[in-house]
Write a new protein. Structure first.
Lengths: 260, 303
């Protein structure tokens, strides 16, 4: 057991693993981009205009602008999560791609790091696409929203790290439904994507405060609206902790799964 | 110095000792066959040798490097053909080789220069851009072998290389492996096809319950463990004949299902005797590695 507990080894050997995933993605880029982007974009535009027309300002801005910050965050979260859950599981368990790589001079730590960085890369694209819509519609200026780019990377890291734990534990694809139903969907509804968290009863607000997506949105929303986030370091630390602890647990569990 | 040297290797899973004190030494240029029934510990032994799992005891040196401590470095000079094909289904044959070469830190230009010869070797030059799902089982197996050669390895591990192949494809695979041996490569393969081991291997080890129970060249094993002639007797009179006559003609008799296996140094008295019996049919053949294998590992089914 001790051998499985050692800290992650971070080595540039992960790059060919990343390149492999990138090459597959490039072949399917158009459907992949559409699938990743169309859904959150339509939610944002449909709800933003449709529902927003019925509402006065939300949080001091038009509803569409309010929604934009949440959509950037949850689109990034979804993209990173899907990548490490379904696609990662295909590569690890179904296609045995990881097994083939491990026969070459790479280690499981290299493969997992490659998957982590790949999921961050893919979710960066999803986050940027929503950001591009925000810019195109003139919902926010370029200047302050540039800070959203490192934030999107941090959100991708957070949810890729957490999702890899599920990948390590999963016997099959059906298992991921638990994670979506019990973790991802509550986060979308409790963390302030669609409405301010302070609309919720106190006990739900207390739950919300512990969820990583809340911290992401607490940072993103002021940036979109041209303000300065509060408690920046606490939020960054929360996202780093969820991602970092998640990645470490995932690595230990995956070592135990594949190297026993 | 042996290219692969394993001393007193041990590995348990949940109290069951799957590898129970194993010694193997494979010399450069040799083809070494690890034979055993299902569950004998062959695949676990390969995983241990590659450093993919840590042993509970014993020592492994591969290409002079200690495993698992420097397994990654050792794998730079190793090729592996796994039991189940795990080619990348999203890529063409050529792309599979390119992607795999990158895992060895090879430059794209260097890999690209090696690919034509490897595709040629695998007889896949005309299918270079075919998707994996469009290839036959034999083609996939050959591509997996070509992939294992992308780093020009010194030592190649093959885990049941011809399981699931039709006879034509199997003979082709043997031809390819012999060609690698003539190029000076060292091969370690696991198989439960005795004919495969007999044809290809300089030396084999028969493994059961995590231990080596016999080792030597196929000819040595046949000479040392079994009578040289086998007469298989079957037909409706088999049971009566076995009870009445088999002791007189055979040094050792085994009954498996509806067939009596009669092992002897000399079958010249037995054959005319059998020839006169219209209720029996028979087949006389030289003893093979399979007879040794079945004698040593028993005839019980393994699952």
């Amino acid at each position: 057991m001790m051998q499985f507990l050692r800290l992650p080894i971070l080595n540039l050997r992960f790059i060919p693993v990343w390149q492999r995933n990138f090459l597959v993605w490039r072949k399917l880029a158009i459907p992949s981009i559409l699938g990743n982007l169309a859904d959150p974009a339509f939610y944002m535009l449909g709800l933003g205009y449709g529902l927003g027309g019925l509402l006065p300002e939300v949080g001091g801005v038009p509803y569409l602008t309010f929604l934009a910050a949440g959509t950037v965050c949850y689109s990034t979260m979804n993209s990173a999560t899907f990548e490490v859950l379904y696609s990662g599981f295909s590569r690890m368990h179904v296609q045995k791609t990881w097994e083939a790589i491990l026969n070459a001079p790479l280690t499981l730590d290299d493969v997992m790091l490659g998957e982590l960085v790949w999921a961050i890369s893919k979710s960066l694209l999803s986050g940027l696409a929503i950001l591009a819509i925000v810019w195109a519609l003139g919902l926010a200026g370029l200047g302050q929203t540039l800070w959203l780019i490192p934030l999107i990377i941090l959100i991708g890291f957070c949810f890729a790290g957490m999702g890899l734990v599920m990948n390590a534990l999963s016997p099959n694809y059906d298992f991921f439904m638990y994670y979506f139903t019990l973790v991802i969907t509550p986060m979308v509804l409790l963390c302030g994507v669609f409405y301010p968290v302070d609309q919720l009863p106190a006990w739900l607000q207390a739950v919300s405060a512990w969820l990583p997506l809340t911290h992401a949105i607490e940072l993103a929303r002021p940036l979109v609206q041209g303000g300065m986030p509060q408690q920046i370091f606490a939020h960054i630390l929360a996202l780093l902790a969820y991602g970092g602890v998640g990645y470490y647990i995932a690595l230990v569990l995956t070592r135990r799964r594949l190297l026993k | 110095m042996p290219l692969l040297n394993i001393r007193n290797l041990r590995k348990s899973y949940g109290g069951l000792e799957v590898v129970a004190g194993l010694d193997i030494a494979v010399a450069r240029g040799e083809c070494f066959g690890l034979l055993g029934p299902n569950g004998a510990g062959k695949t676990t032994t390969l995983r241990l040798a590659l450093g993919l799992t840590a042993p509970d005891g014993g020592e492994i040196a591969m290409l002079g490097l200690p495993v698992p401590a420097e397994a990654r470095e050792a794998r730079m000079r190793i090729g592996v053909v796994p039991q189940m094909d795990n080619l990348d289904p999203d890529f063409s044959a050529r792309e599979n080789l390119l992607i795999y070469g990158r895992y060895f830190g090879l430059k794209d230009a260097e890999i690209a220069a090696r690919i034509p010869a490897l595709l040629e070797f695998a007889g896949l030059s005309h299918r270079a851009d075919a998707r994996i799902e469009a290839l036959s089982g034999g083609m996939k197996r050959r591509l997996t072998l070509a992939r294992a050669l992308i780093n020009d390895p010194d030592l190649i591990f093959l885990d049941e290389p011809t399981t699931g192949l039709d006879p034509q494809a199997r003979h082709m695979m043997w031809q390819w492996l012999r060609r690698l041996l003539t190029q000076g490569k060292t091969i370690v393969l696991t198989t439960h096809f005795m004919e495969e081991a007999e044809r290809l291997c300089d030396r084999v080890a028969i493994m059961d319950h995590g231990k080596i129970i016999a080792t030597g060249s196929p000819h040595e094993l046949i000479r040392n463990h079994i009578e040289p002639q086998v007469v298989e007797v079957y037909g409706e009179g088999m049971a009566g004949w076995m009870a009445a006559h088999s002791r007189a003609f055979c040094e050792r008799v085994e009954k498996v299902g509806e067939t009596v296996f009669c092992y002897t140094h000399d079958s010249k008295d037995l054959l005319p005797h059998l020839h006169d019996r219209s209720d029996l049919r028979y087949l006389n053949r030289p003893a093979s590695l399979e007879d040794v294998f079945l004698k040593l590992t028993g005839r019980d089914l393994r699952d």
